[in-house]
Structure formats: C-alpha cells, structure tokens
Design a protein around this ligand. Structure first.
Ligand code: MN
Length: 190
C-alpha cells in the first residue's frame, strides 16, 4: 500500500506554492490474464501487461505448475489492456472466431526487477528471458518464459514453472472460468 500524502496536501495551497502536488501514480500492479480460447484449435492465451499493453503468447497445452512441463508459447500480437476482461464469443467469420474464457487472472511481479542492475519487463521481453511471480486464482508463484527461437514471423518461447512452494507435480487443469465459474460450453451457449 502506498503511504498517504493527505497531510502533505492539507498543509499546502498549490495555487501559491510551486512544491510538487504529489500526484501519486496509481500504484496498480501489472496484470496478467490467461484466456482459454476455443478457436480452430483449443488453446490458451497467456498475456502479461508490459508497457501499457498485453504482450501475448498462444500456449497450445496451457500453463502448468509442474516444473517438469515445458510449455510451448508462441508469441502473438499485443492486445489492449481491456482485453483482459473479455469473456464471450467472437462471431464466426471474424479473426479468432470462437469462445473465450477468462481461465485465470491476477497480478504479477517482475522477479528480475530485484536484480542488480534491475531488468525491466520491456528489457526482459527484448532479451527473451522473462521471470514473473504470478498472483492469480490458479497460477501462483514463479514462472519463466524463455525465447527459444524465432519461427517464421512468430517467436517460440517456453513457459516453465520455477521450483518453489507453489510448484505442483500432480496438477490437473480445471477448465472453468476464474470470473464466472462457467465451462467453455456454458459460455458458448450464453
Ligand atoms: Mn487465441
């Protein structure tokens, strides 16, 4: 939680002093979302807020909390932040036609920000080595995303759970919405 600047502001008339108004930046944490997408092929879309957009990867098998699973993640186009709250059906004939479920969502922290020198998310993306701590309903703890090769116009990455207390080798995917509790069929029938 940010410390309050209430007292600082009460004591000052900013029409008379040129001291900073202390417009505290909204300390909103960066978000992530995983959408299950029943398109031509069922896949998961993993999206991380980086520099004001949702940087995105399509993950055929979906994320796994088992550190032994290395999940192929193919980079797709950046999406707007608002996309994180989209759950519904993209009509036939449109790009990505099919039903989208918010499989998981939450906030994340950039692990490499604590390194010396700190590595920003935008740099980590550029370098092809991202480490994040996810705070979602299903996905929790540290994950790494490593770029393994460019593939045609698209980049191939691997999403792997790092070993920590949230690692789970007996994981079975629960394919219900993190916001509505619905299955993808139920969303499609809405
Ligand atoms: Mn998709």
């Amino acid at each position: 939680m940010p410390r309050s600047l209430k007292k600082y502001k009460e004591k000052r008339d900013f029409s008379k002093t040129t001291e900073p108004k202390g417009k505290t930046k909204k300390t909103k944490k960066n978000i992530f979302v995983v959408q299950l997408h029943d398109a031509t092929r069922l896949h998961f879309d993993f999206r991380l807020e980086i520099s004001g957009v949702l940087v995105s990867w399509a993950i055929p098998k979906g994320p796994s909390p088992n550190p032994e699973d290395k999940r192929l993640a193919v980079r797709t186009e950046d999406h707007p932040l608002e996309y994180a709250s989209f759950e519904g059906t993209i009509p036939p004939g449109n790009y990505g036609a099919g039903t989208v479920m918010i499989w998981d969502h939450g906030t994340y922290e950039n692990i490499q920000e604590k390194k010396d020198p700190p590595i920003k998310m935008s740099e980590a993306l550029e370098k092809g080595h991202i480490e994040v701590s996810l705070n979602g309903k299903k996905l929790r703890g540290n994950y790494s995303l490593i770029k393994i090769r460019p593939r045609g116009k698209q980049e191939s990455w691997l999403l792997v759970k790092m070993n920590d207390s949230e690692a789970n080798k007996d994981y079975k995917s629960i394919d219900k919405s993190a916001i509505s509790g619905k299955t993808i069929k139920q969303i499609a029938n809405d």
